[in-house]
Design a protein around this ligand. Structure first.
Ligand code: MOS
Length: 724
């Protein structure tokens, strides 16, 4: 039986008051943790499959028409079974929630690095060698690759205005009017994109490294011309995605087509260079930010206009100003995103698309405003917290920015700060502190899950993925909480489209969306148990494997001797988003040391304070926040995907040239969670936390760089040459 819920009001009816098992909300270990650290968790390229062929993608060395003059010679090379030059193979990475994927022709490359062929051979070495021997000739076409060199598109639906910002700027006591830039960035997931495809009769099974299986199944089916029910995707473990695995990637389509043509299983693993070129990057941004404030620092106007870049046919664009719509009150507003259509590798969602770079730049501007107005940066934010959504007038579903700011400031020791820059020096090093607010939209996505309650415990199933976020742990906790079982009596099986379709992992909606489906499945089992026992559901307490009601205590084993009880949960977003504005909030604090001789920046400590509704598992939630804050260090100081000026290709396309923070760059990180429940977030009252930690984190660091050294860096990352 299915329990359905549409979230369109703060209805507490699915929220029994007697749930206090001490399971949900506690620091539960990941049940998958041991398998991962011991190396026994099988990722997409690790499953043992018999008679396996190996495919290697061939990349376009330029932009324009593609020919392969020695194709037949390569097809005759030792061990080579096929060289695929198929239109279906060559596609932009889909955005994960599209049923159709845009397909590009194999005869023309839109960007350098685009896959234009797949070589399949009996061994990986034979395939790689043949791929190297294949001649790829490009008839180079004139294609712009620099976003500032083209007239951008100005899509109407991405522009908004209220009042008169120009007048507000002219009349303001204090203003900031500045341009900030952020470079292209890569998701740089540790596990490269990889796929193993196998045909069983007329059904395709694909083991992939993917975030959103129910969507990925439709995308793959659409790409290769099969009905979705003939496609099964499995992704029980995913070694990081960060948005780059929202949609199916070239390896998936290539492996599927090759397996179909050759009647044998085919594996395609992306080379690290492919990972940086073929999968979506985060667009570079150019952000014009204008702030107008009265003498007390109250914003009278705010403007945020961004330029991003995409390939000509791409449907996604980085929603840079998404957070600026609701972050601060101001009567006069102008926000917009423009798109330069150019031929760099495709850009798409990378962790917290929009806010991660948009809030970061905006919070740099807010620090400049605080400085000009002579107001403490925390106080400036406090003075501009809106009472309701500034543009729609809708109430917030929950809003604890004030608490995040004040509790974070207290825990960090913010009051000890000196406002003026260049006041503290230790040897060559200038020391300073900075802060920024964090904002991120919150979403719920349709999701289903099933629980089977058996004598030996419960089994939770959904096609939901765990991309390192803690899905396995959290769903076990939810089922355990509702059914009165310790988490070790709940097994969680994820990442298989044969299971009920979950939300997938993306947009920070995974734990709350699929988690709610698990919760509803648990509620449905409680209903059936009450029915069996002849008691009212509200009287029933499940605890320690016992059903307790009136003055009876019945072991669940006894109730289940005739077979398991199944419950199915199904949540849909409803129209809550039309009634309330729902978002998550936080505050970042950082202390840095800036070398006065070299311009090197070392982050000394960071503290993040976050309000995201109920925290389901503080350990996995904290881990998400750590990841976001570490990414903030990269965004502020080191990360930059550089494009060649001639043809736009990604130059530093590996982990040696693309500088992610390593352990030596990461200081002690403190995370605190503001107590919050969001009644509009369904029965669990939990919002998404996965992406909040990156939003604004880099700004706290760069604001600290200013406080330490007096250097205002508006072009990220703040490499030593930009600081000194
Ligand atoms: Mo996220 S960028 O939606 O994985």
């Amino acid at each position: 039986m299915t329990l359905d819920l549409k979230i369109d009001n703060p209805d507490p009816s699915h929220r029994p008051d007697d749930l206090a098992q001490g399971v949900l909300g506690t620091e539960t270990d990941r049940p998958d943790g041991w398998a991962k650290v011991a190396g026994s968790a099988t990722y997409a390229a690790e499953e043992t499959v018999g008679d396996l062929l190996h495919g290697v993608l061939v990349r376009a060395p330029g932009i324009g028409a593609v020919t392969c003059p020695n194709l037949s010679d390569v097809r005759a090379m030792p061990g080579v079974r096929a060289v695929l030059r198929d239109d279906r193979l060559i596609r932009n990475a889909a955005q994960g929630m599209a049923d159709e994927a845009p397909v590009q022709g194999a005869d023309a490359a839109d960007y350098v690095g685009q896959p234009i062929a797949l070589v399949v051979a009996e061994s990986f070495e034979q395939a790689r060698h043949a791929a190297q021997v294949l001649d790829v000739v490009i008839q180079t076409k004139d294609a712009p690759t620099d976003p500032s060199a083209v007239d951008p598109e100005v899509p109407d639906d991405k522009q908004s205005a209220m009042g008169d910002l120009d007048a507000a700027m002219a009349e303001a006591a204090v203003t900031v009017d500045a341009i900030y830039t952020t470079p292209s960035m890569s998701s740089a997931a540790m596990e490269p994109h990889a796929a193993t495809a196998q045909w069983d009769g007329d059904t395709l099974t694909l083991r992939g490294s993917l975030q959103m299986l129910k969507f990925n199944r439709n995308e793959l089916a659409d790409s290769i011309g099969l009905p979705p029910e003939k496609v099964r995707i499995m992704a029980p473990f995913v070694g990081g995605g960060f948005g780059s695995k929202l949609g199916i990637s070239a390896d998936c389509v290539a492996a599927a087509l090759a397996a179909m043509e050759l009647g044998q299983p085919v594996r395609v693993v992306q080379h690290r260079r492919n990972v940086f070129e073929v999968n979506t990057r985060r667009s570079e941004t150019r952000q014009h930010i204008r702030l107008a404030a009265d003498a007390d620092g109250r914003l009278t106007g705010l403007g945020h206009d961004a330029l991003v870049s995409n390939l000509p046919e791409e449907r996604f664009s980085e929603p840079v100003v998404q957070g600026s719509h609701f972050a601060y009150a101001a009567a006069n507003r102008k926000l917009g995103v423009q798109i330069a259509r150019i031929h760099r590798p495709a850009s798409g969602s990378v962790r917290a698309p929009g806010e991660s770079v948009g809030v970061t730049a905006f919070e740099l501007a807010m620090d400049e405003l605080a400085d000009k107005a002579g107001i403490d940066p925390v106080e400036l934010r406090l003075r501009n917290i809106p009472e309701k959504d500034p543009e729609s007038g809708k109430p917030f579903s929950s809003h604890r920015l004030k608490e995040a700011l004040t509790q974070g400031a207290e825990a960090f020791g913010w009051s000890a700060r000196t406002a003026a820059p260049r006041q503290r020096k230790e040897g060559e090093w200038w020391i300073g502190t900075g802060m920024a607010a964090a904002f991120r939209v919150n979403m719920v996505i349709e999701a289903e899950a099933r629980i089977s309650l058996r004598q030996d415990g419960a089994v939770v199933r959904s096609d939901m993925t765990d991309i390192g976020t803690g899905s396995y742990a959290i769903f076990g906790q939810i089922a355990g909480e509702l059914l009165g079982l310790s988490p070790d009596r709940v097994s969680v099986e994820l990442g298989d489209t044969d299971y009920p379709p979950g939300s997938g992992s993306g947009g920070s909606f995974g734990a709350a969306s699929t988690g709610t489906a698990v919760w509803l499945a648990g509620m449905e089992i409680r209903r059936q148990l009450a029915e069996r026992l002849g008691c009212d559901e509200t009287e029933l307490t499940l605890k320690d494997g016992l059903a307790i009601f009136s003055n009876r205590r019945v072991p669940l084993e006894e109730l289940l001797c005739d077979g398991p009880i199944d419950g199915h949960g199904h949540v849909q977003p409803g129209d809550a988003s039309e009634k309330v504005r729902q978002a998550t909030f936080g505050a970042h604090f950082a202390e840095v040391a800036v070398n006065g001789v070299t311009g090197e920046v070392r982050v000394r400590r960071m503290l993040g304070s976050f309000a995201a509704g109920r925290i389901l598992n503080p350990r996995t939630a904290r881990s998400q926040c750590h990841g976001g804050m570490i990414w903030g260090i990269g965004m502020a100081l080191t990360e930059e995907l550089t494009h060649d000026r001639r043809d736009g290709h990604a130059v530093n396309r590996d982990l040696a040239g693309y500088h992610l923070p390593v352990n030596a760059d990461v200081p002690p990180l403190d995370v605190l969670f503001v107590e919050e429940r969001d009644d509009w977030a369904g029965p669990m009252q939990a919002k998404g936390i996965g992406e909040l930690g990156i939003c604004g984190a880099g700004a706290a660091i760069l604001n600290a760089v200013y406080n330490a050294s007096g250097a205002r860096v508006r072009d990220l990352p703040a490499t030593p040459d930009r600081v000194i």
